[in-house]
Design a protein around this ligand. Structure first.
Ligand code: GRF
Length: 206
């Protein structure tokens, strides 16, 4: 039998993607290990609780290195295989990612979803900026995470033509629906083994 895949979600905001991921995991007969947030007031925490999912909050109080060390400790304690960022508003350092990859045979298993066709519109307010620019098409990108701002290797990209959207809210809602679809499909692929997981190792092999 396949070893269950341990997934943690990192989020700083509303948490609609986190909610979709938790529900998908539950529909597959499994559970998200925990939701982590750096913001005690983040809406994602209530959503996770409502779905009986463990949450942790670690605020950045003593600098980035200390914060990342605490977060890594949490991931190691739970032997997390995959980290799915869902509106996590913090960059992860190269050192953090390297230490984490060291537990997965050198493979990065940190993924992010972004509401644009990267490399277009990285960072904040991507939807607002694309809509204001009246671009022909926008979309969603699922990508591996590196230390840059939305710069990691693209795993999947789906475009949506902007024509037909006169109202920003409608465009935003379509993008969010697409995000939930792409992210939950990806989750299903890792849980069912269609995408291979390098399981968490207790010790680093040299
Ligand atoms: C999403 O648009 C995601 O692509 C971006 O942050 C937003 C989070 O939304 N990285 P939500 O909190 O999941 O609703």
């Amino acid at each position: 039998m396949m070893k269950p895949v341990r997934v943690a979600i990192f989020a700083s905001g509303t948490g609609s993607n986190a909610e979709a991921l938790i529900k998908k995991m539950q529909s597959l007969g499994s559970a998200v290990e925990f939701v982590f947030s750096d913001k005690p007031a983040a809406g994602v925490l209530a959503k996770a609780h409502a779905l009986n999912t463990k949450t942790y909050v670690i605020e950045k109080s003593q600098g980035r290195a200390h914060h990342e060390q605490e977060v890594l400790r949490l991931l190691f304690e739970h032997k997390v295989d995959w980290v799915l960022l869902a509106g996590y508003m913090r960059l992860l350092s190269a050192d953090f990612l390297k230490k984490l990859a060291g537990r997965h045979e050198g493979h990065s298993q940190v993924v992010n979803i972004h509401p644009s066709l990267l490399p277009a519109y990285p960072g904040k307010d991507s939807l607002e900026r694309a809509f204001a620019d009246k671009v022909e098409q926008s979309g969603v990108t699922l990508h591996l995470v590196d230390e840059g701002m939305d710069t990691g290797a693209v795993l999947k990209q789906v475009a949506i033509p902007l024509k037909g959207f006169n109202v920003f809210g409608d465009f935003k809602a379509s993008i969010h629906r697409l995000e939930h679809q792409i992210y939950t499909e990806f989750l299903e692929q890792i849980v069912t083994g269609q995408i291979a997981t390098h399981s968490f190792k207790e010790t680093i092999e040299c």
